[in-house]
Design a protein around this ligand. Structure first.
Ligand code: PEP
Length: 265
């Protein structure tokens, strides 16, 4: 059974003090689970202080982004090389990077290579916009995003890879009363497309090893519905992850599900 993965993307929220308080509270509440990995992706600024505070038996850290060159005159950037040993994972190709900051498919591919070169596991985000969905282009968009991102990697490189299906139209927009929920059937269809694309590139075994997550307005009350989708190995939460009760509620949903399936503590 692949380990379940619950990722909290704190985006550009929480200053150093707020981040430390939230981590402290989560560490009190969340236990050590043998078959669930809980990952926190705070802002670049707080990665270092949180790494000192972090209980490594309970949590792992992820960067939300990094630059693909290892070193050089690139004002304002932080490289994957600088993040070595600080983070276990890095989110790459998040839709906000693609659509707000204009990150292109080739840039995403370079970041994937840079992460792997520096021993950091990529959490690649893929997903269609509303316009692409309405035009019936979801499969093509997922195909293009997955295949270009993996272009520079070997079969061995992708063994630990994580891919998060995050339809852009389902991400929360900051309004806490406005949640657009993807149907579990649509998540199941996207999961199949993603694994099919990996199978075509690297074979069935590689496709089975990759962990596929769902992300988009996930809250504790809908978490289980997505966790029950066959082939879905966890969740990526954004807005809900900066709320102590919501994020721990999502982890609880994963815990409950695994216990029902017979996993041991
Ligand atoms: C995200 O942006 O990665 C995300 C999952 O956001 P939200 O849960 O807020 O929709």
């Amino acid at each position: 059974m692949r380990k379940l993965l619950i990722v909290g993307n704190w985006k550009m929220h929480l200053n150093t003090m707020q981040a430390s308080i939230l981590l402290h509270r989560l560490q009190e509440r969340i236990r050590i689970y043998r078959d669930i990995e809980v990952v926190i992706a705070p802002s670049m600024l707080v990665l270092q202080p949180l790494s000192v505070q972090l209980d490594r038996r309970k949590f792992r850290l992820a960067a939300q982004n990094a630059y693909y060159k290892d070193d050089g005159p690139f004002t304002g950037e932080v490289s994957f090389t600088m993040l070595r040993e600080l983070v276990h994972y890095a989110i790459i190709g998040h839709s906000e990077r693609r659509h707000v900051f204009g990150e292109t498919l080739p840039e995403v591919a370079l970041k994937m290579e840079a992460a792997v070169r520096n021993g950091i596991i990529p959490i690649l985000c893929v997903g269609e916009t509303k316009t692409e969905r309405l035009a019936g282009h979801t499969r093509r968009v997922l195909h293009d995003q997955v295949t270009t991102a993996l272009k520079g990697l070997t079969g061995e490189d992708i063994e630990n890879l994580v891919i998060a299906y995050e339809p852009v139209w389902a991400l929360s927009d900051g309004d806490p009363t406005h949640h657009v929920h993807t149907k579990p059937d649509d998540v199941a269809a996207a999961e199949k497309v993603i694994r099919h694309n990996i199978t075509e590139l690297y074979g069935k075994k590689a496709a089975e090893n990759v962990r596929v997550l769902y992300g988009g307005s996930v809250t504790p009350d809908v978490a289980r519905g997505y966790l029950d989708v066959p082939g879905i190995d966890g969740l990526l939460a954004g807005g809900a992850s900066v709320n102590y009760a919501q994020f721990s509620g999502i982890v609880d949903a994963a815990y409950k599900m695994r216990r029902e399936l017979g996993a041991e503590d």
